[in-house]
Structure formats: structure tokens, C-alpha cells
Design a protein around this ligand. Structure first.
Ligand code: ATP
Length: 311
């Protein structure tokens, strides 16, 4: 009994860390079945994303309606400490919404709720018009790719770590995704190439390299929805700039939620939300928010002058 208890308890610790760092390790959920806080409603069906009306879809195949809506969402991890208060916004299919705001304002919580790590306590979140509490949780997670701040790699080959985005992918497909994420040359230069073991017990990758693996994973998974939790400090600014174009290609035609720390990422967003203490205090496009001369304009001025991350 004790032997069983220790490893499970250990996995619980890993699970909590992973959940906190927003990593899409569905495998962990299978392992940690008992730890799940949210469960499928009896008879829940998979999320069903309908094709967009003709003319509205972009990219290959016209796209599906993966519009995301947060409708009057309130949430607290602990009963007496509200984290999100009456948050409403929409990400139309194929568009990008960026969230900015001080540390602790609830940005990552929005992403955790969308991935359904937790259920909202008030309001609802819909994807393609379906309340995510009413469909199979696994189908919600299949529809979402996450590029987290700090990617957790398995102690396994590079190929496995990339193919994790779509089990059963061929070597050619893995290589294609790695090329698009500009990590192929780095992998090819290692003695064992795609067979190289990475992770804590293998080849250590830098923050930028890990993020590229996460991008390759997401490209391979090709989900209709993408969440980017932008790194605050993992990358130096040269690397940061270099990775922007790969991030953009992974988000191309996807319904995208960006938790942004750098202004360069947000300028093209369909809408920018400024979150403070769980409340959206300003919203609009980059140009609209600059014209408002409010919180966002202040952050912009500060970041320009100090070249500091937009927190
Ligand atoms: P940062 O920019 O620093 O990543 P954030 O805006 O993403 O911050 P969140 O991670 O969403 O902030 O956290 C919002 C608040 O919720 C914080 O005060 C945090 O302490 C609290 N919080 C986060 N996770 C939990 C948890 N699992 N249990 C209790 N409180 C939590």
C-alpha cells in the first residue's frame, strides 16, 4: 500500500505543477484520473465545430467555427478570494485576442479556464456556441494547442516530444513541423538527430529551444484554437524576436488567446484586453487603446522607454 501511495503522491505534485504551468499533457490526466477536478456531464458529447459559412473561413478548408466566448465569467480558486470578476469577451474564429495586465491579475487563469482545468463559478465559456462544461473534456483539449511559458519535455527522444502533439505522426511530418518551428537544424546537428533523448536526463534545451519544440508540437497537432503563454524571461530579446514569426505561423488562421508580456505581440491583435485584479479595465485595438491615453498607453510608453516586459 505504501509503495503505491508514494508514487501516486509524487505524481500529484508533478500534476499540480504542470496544471499551474499550463502544459497540455493530456497523458497526465489519464495517469491522474483521480485528481481531476472537473468531470464530464453524464452523456456528454464531443465538441462539434461546424464549418464556417462560405466566405468567412480562411486558410485550408475554409475553417471551422471555433469562436470562443467568455460570458460574464467569475472565478475564485478559494471561496473568499475572487480572481476573475464578470469577464466577457469574444475571440471570433481565426482571430487573436491578447490579454495584458499586472502579475497576478488573472491572465493565466483565463487560459486555465478555457482549457477546463477548472469550471467557472458564474457565467459560461463557449466554443463554437457550446458550453465547455457540457461537452467531453478530452474533445475540448484536442481542439486546443498550448505553447506554454516553460515547456515540459519528456525524458524521451526529440521525435517523441514533437510527435506528442499528434501521436502516430510520421517522421516526415515531425520533421516538417520542426522545420517550420526552426528547430530542425539544431536537431539535425546533434549526433543522434531525432533519436536524441531530451529532458532532465538527456540533452538540456534552452528556453527558446524548448519553446520551439512546443511550437512544433502545436503545428503538428494543428488545432483550431491556440493559447500562447508568452515567456517573461526565458528568452533574451534577440531570441524573442526570432521566435515571433514562428509563433505567428502557428497562430495563422487559428482562434488565438495570447497572454502577452511584450507589446510587439499584441499590436496586431483583433482586441487587446487590459486586466487588473480580475476586471477588464480597458479593451480595444492597439490604436484605439493608445488614443485613449489610459492604462495601456502608459504601459506602452513605459515599455518603449525601458524596454521592459509588459506585465
Ligand atoms: P503572471 O503574469 O504573474 O503570470 P497572471 O495574471 O497570469 O500572473 P494568474 O496566474 O491568473 O495571474 O493568478 C491570478 C491570481 O490567482 C494570483 O493571485 C494567484 O496567486 C492566484 N492563483 C493562481 N493559481 C492558484 C491556485 N491554484 N490556487 C489558489 N490561488 C491561485
Amino acid at each position: 500500500m505504501i509503495q503505491l501511495y508514494i508514487p501516486l503522491n509524487f505524481l500529484g505534485v508533478i500534476y499540480r505543477e504542470i496544471k499551474q504551468s499550463l502544459t497540455d499533457l493530456d497523458k497526465m490526466f489519464v495517469l491522474m484520473e483521480k485528481e481531476r477536478e472537473v468531470r464530464d456531464a453524464p452523456g456528454a458529447q464531443p465538441l462539434s465545430l461546424l464549418p464556417l459559412p462560405p466566405g468567412e473561413g480562411r486558410g485550408e478548408g475554409g475553417g471551422v467555427d471555433s469562436t470562443i466566448r467568455f460570458e460574464d465569467v467569475s472565478f475564485a480558486y478559494e471561496p473568499d478570494r475572487p480572481i476573475l470578476k464578470h469577464v466577457s469577451f469574444e475571440i471570433p474564429a481565426g482571430k487573436t485576442v491578447a490579454v495584458v495586465g499586472p502579475s497576478g491579475s488573472g491572465k493565466s487563469t483565463l487560459a486555465r479556464l478555457l482549457y477546463r482545468f477548472y469550471d467557472v463559478q458564474q457565467g459560461r465559456i463557449t466554443i463554437g456556441g457550446q458550453d465547455i462544461r457540457e461537452v467531453q473534456q478530452s474533445s475540448v483539449r484536442r481542439a486546443i494547442g498550448i505553447v506554454p511559458q516553460d515547456t515540459v519535455l519528456f525524458n524521451d527522444t526529440v521525435e517523441y516530444n514533437i510527435a506528442y502533439g499528434r501521436p502516430g505522426a510520421t517522421r516526415e511530418e515531425v520533421e516538417g513541423a520542426a522545420r517550420a518551428a526552426r528547430i530542425h537544424d539544431f536537431i539535425a546537428a546533434t549526433p543522434r538527430g531525432y533519436e536524441t533523448t531530451v529532458g532532465e536526463r538527456g540533452l538540456k534545451l534552452s528556453g527558446g529551444e524548448k519553446q520551439r519544440v512546443a511550437i512544433a508540437r502545436t503545428l503538428l497537432k494543428n488545432p483550431p484554437i491556440v493559447i500562447f503563454d508568452e515567456a517573461t524571461s526565458a528568452l533574451d530579446s534577440a531570441n524573442e524576436r526570432a521566435i515571433q514569426s514562428e509563433l505567428r505561423s502557428a497562430a495563422q488562421d487559428k482562434t488565438t488567446l495570447v497572454i502577452a508580456h511584450r507589446l510587439s505581440t499584441v499590436v496586431d491583435a483583433h482586441e487587446i484586453l487590459v486586466l487588473e485584479a480580475g476586471v477588464i479595465v480597458e479593451r480595444g485595438t492597439h490604436a484605439e487603446l493608445l488614443a485613449k491615453q489610459g492604462r495601456y498607453a502608459q504601459m506602452w510608453a513605459l515599455q518603449k522607454s525601458e524596454a521592459t516586459p509588459l506585465m
